[in-house]
Design a binder for this molecule. Structure first.
Ligand SMILES: C[S@@+](CC[C@H](N)C(=O)[O-])C[C@H]1O[C@@H](n2cnc3c(N)ncnc32)[C@H](O)[C@@H]1O
Length: 303
């Protein structure tokens, strides 16, 4: 067993992340992870959406990573969701040890109370670890060859972004790579319905300290952390049947995502009928205006 397997937490990192895996709060019928400002649900519907979204992104990006990582021996995925990305990396790199970290324990890993769990299914080198990135990563310096984080722009408060990226770099070995993938906050072009939804969601997130528009600043965070050769790529995913199979997948994701955002909007005072009307108008705008959803991919190498 490598030394991070039954990993050692700092006493600080053990605090919030050590909450029982069943700890949650509820809002308008959806379930949320307790103890973190994360603005999206952590329930079964959302887990299904994340898996679906993973397949959509894999098709859009033509792969699941972009950095020139060679053949990494150790890989970390931060905010891993269902662990789908990490398990696919385990299949691509069968000799590698892969750790998936998230505040929410996926159902299949819940048997462990220690916070570290092998799945018992799938690749034997895949391990899930419960942890809260906002309190630091529970791994020693220079542990991993490749550290990946995708879609935490609704989870990281503005004043923690640089800390989080510094942590990603700290646990990366010299010569290893850090890669971050985030979604643009909104679509291009932005129809009136999508704009109204985005405008209504923003204050709910800002109140939690989260500004999802930081997703556009990944290169700055990586550079400020001290990573070198920072590269960025933007992929504009078509949303709507006008964009063929990929557009259809993205539309399904956007519609399901709207349901994940519904509690935030209702909590802001939007009525159920207004919400339903806006979402239907947005579906129509996706086709008529030919929405795209830009995603930002950024990576850099630790010196
Ligand atoms: C939108 S999902 C993305 C999941 C996965 N990266 C993917 O691309 O499918 C965001 C994930 O971040 C996790 N998360 C939110 N706040 C977190 C925190 N403070 N520490 C660790 N994970 C967190 C959530 O539980 C959720 O699984």
């Amino acid at each position: 067993m490598p030394r991070f397997w039954p990993f050692r937490r700092s006493s600080r990192a053990a605090g919030d992340a050590g909450a029982p895996s069943g700890a949650h709060r509820r809002l308008f019928g959806r379930e949320y992870a307790a103890g973190v400002p994360y603005a999206l649900p952590s329930d079964l519907s959302e887990m299904n959406r994340l898996d679906f979204q993973h397949y959509m992104l894999r098709q859009a990006f033509k792969g699941i990573y972009a950095a020139p990582i060679g053949t990494p021996a150790t890989i970390l995925d931060v905010g891993a969701g269902t662990g789908r990305w990490a398990k696919e990396m385990a299949a691509l790199f069968p000799q590698a040890r892969i750790v998936a970290l998230d505040i929410k324990v996926p159902a299949e890993s819940e048997q462990s109370q220690s916070g570290a769990a092998s799945t018992g299914q799938g690749p034997s080198a895949y391990t899930f670890v419960r942890g809260n990135i906002l309190e630091g990563l529970p791994f020693p310096d220079a542990t991993f060859d490749f550290v990946h984080q995708r879609l935490l722009f609704f989870a990281i408060p503005s004043d923690r972004w640089q800390f989080v990226v510094n942590e990603l770099m700290r646990v990366t070995r010299p010569g290893g790579w850090v890669e971050i993938v985030e979604g643009h906050y909104g679509y291009e072009p932005m129809g009136q319905a999508a704009q109204r939804i985005a405008d209504a969601m923003l204050p709910a997130m800002l109140r939690r300290g989260i500004d999802p528009r930081h997703s556009a600043n990944l290169a700055q965070f990586l550079q400020a952390a001290g990573l070198r050769d920072v590269q960025t790529r933007t992929v504009k995913v078509p949303v709507g049947d006008w964009g063929g199979h990929l557009g259809h997948l993205a539309l399904t994701d956007v519609m399901t995502f709207s349901q994940a955002a519904r509690p935030l909007l209702l909590a802001q005072g939007m009525s159920e009928p207004d919400f339903a009307r806006l979402v239907e108008t947005m579906r129509e705008e996706c086709e008529r205006l030919r929405y795209t959803w830009p995603f930002y991919i950024a990576y850099g190498q630790r010196a």
